[in-house]
Design a protein around this ligand. Structure first.
Ligand code: HEM
Length: 299
């Protein structure tokens, strides 16, 4: 279905080329080798041109995605460290400061990177199992970062006798984290463990894809509402500080963080929903698409 891979594959680092070579060798001993995506016979010049444009568009989008993600983490760190006094784990505002950094990094940036992993052309034509595992590990890292981020805000609230789970932000945020935990557990059991029936995997895959995008949307909504809430809390205009309505530099920075988070989410969703950029489908005989030790023809 997609044939943009070879340009990117040819420039893949040695490690990945080795993986590709070894999986090709394995295939040649046990089952007929399938043609590498893009190396199928007889593409005309028009096809080649449109494929190259497709690969360029995908690579540019992934680069933008990488840059915006790093910018999100950087802006969140600068906000907490430069404007809010830095980090600590002592029940004070310094402990709270971990919350925006870890939630943004985990539930938006690492989550977004893990979501677009299968779209990286370098991963095509290689064992999908490796990338499935990396996808699952990155998602687990995202989940753990967000759990620590939640611990920071709950501990800060409890030590300062602030009520829990009263705001719309906290409701939306909690829904995002709970759905993410359910999604990770279901994805792990169905796509990585060997005993899940193929029919279940096939049936669950569209739900997994839809829920994945929805969780990203919820996380972004939680970040935007959290940033706004925090700015209203701290920029009240007393104690010689400027009110939010004067747009002091802290507000400029935090508003910009919100915009960059939204832009990152839009680029991730654009990459995910562009059908031309999906990983080329496996051939039925391709063992690379099997879960841990079971053959798989789909997902
Ligand atoms: C995906 C991202 C986020 C999620 C899932 C999330 C989740 C939560 C949850 C569940 C609480 C309630 C804690 C409690 O009741 O003790 C909370 C509190 C809070 N969060 Fe976030 N948060 C996220 C991002 C952010 C960001 C980026 C900020 C920006 C500063 C932020 C600011 C706050 C503030 C000010 C509170 C305390 C007030 C309240 O409970 O609403 N959050 N967050």
């Amino acid at each position: 279905m997609h044939q943009e891979a070879p340009a990117a594959l040819s420039s893949a680092p040695l490690l990945f080329q080795l993986i590709q070579t070894s999986s090709g060798t394995e295939a040649s001993t046990s089952r007929p080798a399938r043609p590498k995506p893009g190396l199928r016979p007889g593409p005309n010049i028009k096809d080649t041109g449109s494929r190259m444009r497709g690969t360029l568009g995908l690579s540019l989008s992934l680069l933008v995605c990488l840059t915006l993600g790093l910018l999100c983490v950087g802006l969140a760190c600068v906000w907490s460290s430069r404007f809010r006094g830095g980090f600590g784990w002592d029940g004070s505002g310094l402990e709270f400061n971990w919350h925006p950094v870890l939630m943004t990094t985990g539930l938006v940036v690492v989550y977004g990177y893990a979501s677009v992993l299968y779209r990286v052309p370098m991963t095509w034509g290689q064992s999908k199992l490796l990338w499935k595992l990396l996808h699952a590990v990155l998602m687990l890292v995202a989940l753990l970062l967000s759990v620590v981020g939640l611990c920071a805000v709950f501990d800060f609230h409890n030590k300062n006798h602030i009520p829990n789970i009263y705001s719309l932000h906290s409701w939306v945020g909690l829904c995002a984290v709970l759905l993410f935990a359910v999604q990770w557990g279901a994805g792990f059991s169905l796509f990585l463990l060997p005993w899940s029936p193929l029919s279940w995997r096939k049936a669950f895959k569209p739900v997994h894809v839809w829920l994945g995008g929805s969780i990203l949307g919820l996380s972004i909504a939680a970040c935007i509402s959290g940033i706004n809430e925090k700015l209203f809390f701290v920029l009240k205009g007393g104690n010689h500080s400027q009110p939010y309505s004067d747009l002091p530099s802290e507000a400029m920075l935090a508003n910009s963080l919100g915009i960059v988070i939204v832009a990152f989410g839009l680029v991730v969703l654009y990459v995910l929903t562009n059908k031309r950029w999906q990983r080329p489908e496996a051939q039925p005989q391709d063992g690379a698409y099997a879960p841990l030790n079971q053959e798989e023809t789909d997902s």
